[in-house]
Design a protein around this ligand. Sequence first.
Ligand code: DX5
Ligand code: ZN
Length: 216
Amino acid sequence: MSIIVSPSLLAADFMNLGKEVEMVNRSEADWIHLDIMDGVFVPNISYGLPVVSQIKKIARKPLDVHLMIVQPERYVEEFHKAGADILTVHLEASTHLHRTVQQIKKLGMQAGIALNPHTPVSQLEDIIQDTDVVLIMSVNPGFGGQSFIPHALEKVKKLRTLIQCSQSNARIEIDGGVNFETGRQLIEAGADALVAGSFVFKSEYPEETIRELKKL
Ligand code: DX5
Ligand code: ZN
C-alpha cells in the first residue's frame, strides 16, 4: 500500500486558495490537511470554520483537519458541519480525551490524536484502540517551514510497536518538515501518512512533488 500524502494548505497561496485546492484535487494526494490555530494553544492564528466550509464545496479529497486549539471538544460539531472527514485534536489540549474521541467518531468522522514533540507515545497506551489516526508532530506546532526534529523517527518506531501490541488499526501520520529525505526516513520507521506544507506548495511543480512523495 502506498503512503498517504496530505498537503497542508497552510503553505498555499491564500489569494488563490481555490486554485490551490484544484491543484490538490488533480494531484495524487489522498487528503487535504487544514491547520486550525487559535493563538492560545499555539502562538499563531490561521483560518477557521468559514474557510473550511468553502474549501469543502470544491474539495474532492477528504478534509484532514488538525485542530491546534485549546478545549477542542467545544468545536467538534462545528467542524463536522463544516466538512471535516478526519478530525485531529491535541492530546495536550483535551482533558477528557476519551470523550472527545468518542464525540468525533459518533459524528461519523475519523478521530485523530496529535502529539507535540515533547509528549511521549506511551501516553497513548489507554486510548490507542479508540483512535483512527495518531499525528506525530515533527516540529513544534504553529508555523510552516520549520526544520524536522529527528527524534520523531524514534517516536514513530515506538508507536508502530504500540499499535502492533494493542491490535489497533490506527494510522501513523507525521506533520512538520517533511521532504523527500525525511519522508523516506519516516516511512522506513513505520509511518503511514505524510503531511507536507512548504515542500509541496513552495516547490516549482507541486503536483509533481506530490507524485514523488507518493512513490517514496
Ligand atoms: C504546523 C502545521 C503543519 C504545517 C507543516 O503547525 O501543523 O501542518 O503546515 O508545514 P511544513 O510542511 O512546511 O513543515
Ligand atoms: Zn498540521
